[in-house]
Design a binder for this molecule. Sequence first.
Ligand SMILES: Cc1ncc(COP(=O)(O)O)c(C=O)c1O
Ligand SMILES: [Zn+2]
Length: 423
Amino acid sequence: MSHLTGLACIRCGASFGIEPRFDGCPECRREAPSNLTPRYDLDAAARELSVESLRNRPTGMRRYRELLPPDIQDAATLGEGDTPLLHCERYGRRLGLERLFLKDESQNPSGSFKDRLAFTALAMAKRFGARAVGVSSTGNAGAAAAAYAARAGLPCIVLTVQGAASAIVTQMQACGAMVVATRTKADRWRLLQTGVAQWEWYPTSPYFGPPVGSNPYGVDGYKTLAYEVCEQMEWEPPDWCVLPVAYGDALFGMWKGFEELAALGLIPRKPRMVAAEMAGCLGAALASGEDAVPEMAAPAPFLAGSISVNQSTYQALHALRASDGAARVARNDELLGLQRDLAAAEGIYAEPSSLAALAAVRRLCEEGRIGRSDTVVVVNTATGLKDTAATAGAAPEIPTVDDGDAARFLEILKNAHGYRVEA
Ligand SMILES: Cc1ncc(COP(=O)(O)O)c(C=O)c1O
Ligand SMILES: [Zn+2]
């Protein structure tokens, strides 16, 4: 059974009951807006959750029921979690790493890691009597909310940007979400705020600024990333975990997972967390030592649209500080090359945002901060199939072989691809 006891502030520790609180800690609001996070009775959980007891449980997120919301057994599931941890030897060698692993979240039901958030967030929606799910998103968070709301039988409203047209928006519409566009993010947030305050909408995304992060019960779902990685590594945690970061929900959630496993005595140490960001706000906050994460100039959304936010959250900063981690900025112009190289070397076609994490790994390797024999886990947050236009634009034209002529075919392979068939 679940050992959830309530919510607590990540920054000041103020505690609350199991309540529908989505607007952060009232105590910290003025100084440094901070999210709340679910707390569990870890002593009670330790009596039921062990290496042995886990061996006999079914796969998927629900195997960690003691540390997830109470209604998780009956929650709408699409088979989320239990994604592979892939050892990328060939690609790792190029970066000078022997032990580079990729946690492939693209293999979740809606094609991204946001399914973990949607699953646990929706598990609490019914308990709180939600009338509808509301989400402000241009991407994967909206697609995951739409899918899980459909599965749970709840209406879903997605507020998105005007002109957003990609496979992800189509995915939301296909899942029956009411997709409505606004001109600005401020408008999206204002409308969602009204929905939450007046129409009993259940928010799964941030909906006001400065942001504190997403729905705390949803963010807690990301803990299972750490649980799964530790199980997959036979309880020997990696040295580094690297994630592409927007609000830092997943970065914080995964870190919390490691903290809980350490508190339960299941792992001997915790990894360092790394934020791969586009705007640089977490790097600036680490340097300044302030708790309030600064608002930066908005990065050009170009490729890594999913992580092009200009202000991250205190919870992300907390994870970096507590783990003695790091933040590095990725450049838009390096993402397509990394995407092509990873796919060609390992067969993993990742969304450009995910490649920001590999850009950060490359930087830390060049700096000598990540060592050759360190174990590095990169979270591949979404599939490249979410947005193929940029990849297609950079790909060479496909040559045609006329009349099925074998000699001409061999010539094309040689000229276009540098490949010689050995007779
Ligand atoms: C593919 C992808 N990677 C990373 C992120 C960053 O997520 P978070 O807000 O948890 O930092 C997002 C979503 O915003 C995303 O869609
Ligand atoms: Zn607080």
